[in-house]
Design a protein around this ligand. Sequence first.
Ligand code: FEO
Length: 165
Amino acid sequence: MHEQLREGFQAQMQAEFESAYLYLAMASYCAHQGWMGCAHWLRIQWQEELGHALKFFEFLLDRGVQPELRALQQPAHAFGTPLELFTKVLEHEQYITGRIHRLYRQAIELEDYPAQVFLQWFVDEQLEEESQARAIVEQLRQIGESPVGIYLLDRELARRKAEED
Ligand code: FEO
């Protein structure tokens, strides 16, 4: 594997672990606020991100590269209102999408075909993750300050099921 791409994959594995860590911190905050549905949704997101990190872990091993587990950035402790929190989720996913696209471009430039095929799954996944976060942000914008609206959305988020892949 080209050194440049190898480093990109190591860094992306770390970014996926950091995403997991961020969403678990958000789940902790929501549970403490009593928003149990939001906390549940974020815990599933946490598990998904761990799954993403492990995909990079396995891919590196398959390519004969030892995955390096690096220090993770400490997430915040407080995330504001549900709207502010889910806006941060959306912004974070947009940031991750940008990283995946850069990596994909690099894989094309370096003519690494297995990396391109591997990253294609992430290109699709990011589309879905952004779409889900955007839908929640949109609902929260419409709800505004209504406690009943937030209560109902929280109940809806409690129904999220873990995805199989
Ligand atoms: Fe692994 Fe939410 O991107």
